[in-house]
Design a protein around this ligand. Structure first.
Ligand code: UD1
Length: 340
């Protein structure tokens, strides 16, 4: 049985990936510093899978803590989620973002080099493409200058991994996520945004739940059919499964290059208005919304060409947008019930 280290394994995408790893027969060790996650998620994962993952509270910014962890644990591969992810906050606190997202990555890669651990999966983002010149976006689309320190940490992160793969015995895959949404069907795990949500779907579900009075559509004057911006919303469980596919590719030594990168999306773009309609239709909830100015830094449209990921990873999405939105709503209702 292979042992996989999942950093940030109690976060939104991390927790769903731990579930899929355990369901696929991997032994999982989670490390997380609980800076943006809750320890209770460990029990939720245990409820879903019947197995409690091994957990260590480790702060990856602390080189000594990282080294101590690797001294005590034998690891076959790493899936690295632990990172800060708020675009606006990264503009205010760039150095914290570079320290956390880049520093941690370097320490992990150094331990991998020193201990001959050679399988690494990295959480990257479609943000590396900026406003792509052609849609759908293929992996060959040029990397555009980053719009934020957060986006820059994903670009620099990929470069650091590529250089490490060239210099050392390391095999890595970067997964460039489009917009992950939804929750596990058990509604034991889901997204837990702190404070006012920045992302569309949590804002939608909190508005439907009455926590927010009104949803703002950021701009209806984009050059799109209905004027609102287009994204590729992928169910987090489908996204989690892409990590298992990528990991198997590395463990089976099926990879053609020591550093590979894939678009992980559905291939289908939806506008903000289409999301609102789909949410209302699939949940029966009516949303109160208004249109406001565009949000700085937003692109007009981004959706994936997933041909290469489908072929090389032998993976494809299985869930519909409606299922994803319904699961996000079910999760929201559960949170609201817990707090009332
Ligand atoms: C954002 C980040 C991206 C990051 C991703 C993580 C920006 C510019 N980009 O993607 O780098 O990887 O989150 O999940 O922040 N919208 C509204 N009203 C809202 C919220 C959003 O109309 O209250 C619109 C946005 O303008 C956008 C779409 O909904 O067109 C999706 O927004 P969001 O969920 O924040 O994701 P991205 O901006 O695509």
């Amino acid at each position: 049985m292979k042992t996989i280290l999942v950093t940030g394994g109690l976060g939104f995408i991390g927790s769903h990936t731990v579930v899929e790893l355990q369901n696929s027969g991997f032994k999982v060790i989670v490390i997380d510093n609980l800076s943006n996650s809750r320890i209770e998620v460990l029990d939720s994962i245990t409820k879903i899978t019947g197995t409690k993952p091994n957990f260590h509270k480790v702060d990856l910014r602390n080189k000594k803590e990282v080294k101590n962890f690797f001294d005590l644990n034998i690891i076959d591969g790493i899936i690295h989620f632990a990172a800060f992810k708020a675009v606006g906050e990264s503009v205010e606190k760039p150095l914290e973002y570079y320290e956390n997202n880049i520093g941690s990555l370097v320490y992990l890669l150094q331990e991998m080099r020193d201990r001959n651990i050679d399988n690494f999966i990295f959480s990257s983002s479609c943000t590396v493409y900026g406003q792509a010149d052609k849609l759908p976006i293929t992996e060959n689309a040029p990397i555009k200058p980053a719009e934020s320190p957060y986006g820059n940490t994903k670009q620099i992160g990929e470069e650091i991994i590529k250089d490490s793969c060239n210099a050392h015995k390391l095999n890595a895959i970067a997964l460039r996520y489009f917009n992950p949404i939804g929750a596990h069907e058990s509604i034991e795990i889901g997204e837990l945004p702190l404070g006012i949500p920045q992302n569309l779907i949590p804002y939608v579900t909190q508005t439907a739940a009455g926590i927010r009075s009104q949803l703002s559509i950021f701009g209806d004057d984009y050059e799109t059919p209905d004027g609102t911006a287009i994204r590729d919303y992928i169910h987090v469980v489908d996204l989690a499964k892409a990590h298992i596919a990528a990991l198997k590719r590395l463990l089976n030594k099926d990879n053609e290059n020591n550093f590979e990168y894939y678009n992980i999306g559905t291939g289908k773009g939806s506008s903000v208005l289409e999301i609102i309609t789909a949410f209302q239709n699939s949940t029966g909830k009516i949303l109160n919304y208004k249109t406001v100015e565009r949000r700085t830094g937003d692109v007009t449209a981004a959706y994936a060409d997933t041909t290469i990921a489908n072929e090389k990873l032998n993976w494809k999405t299985e869930k519909t947008l409606e299922e994803a939105l319904r699961s996000a709503w079910n999760w929201q209702e559960k949170q609201s019930n817990n707090h009332s």
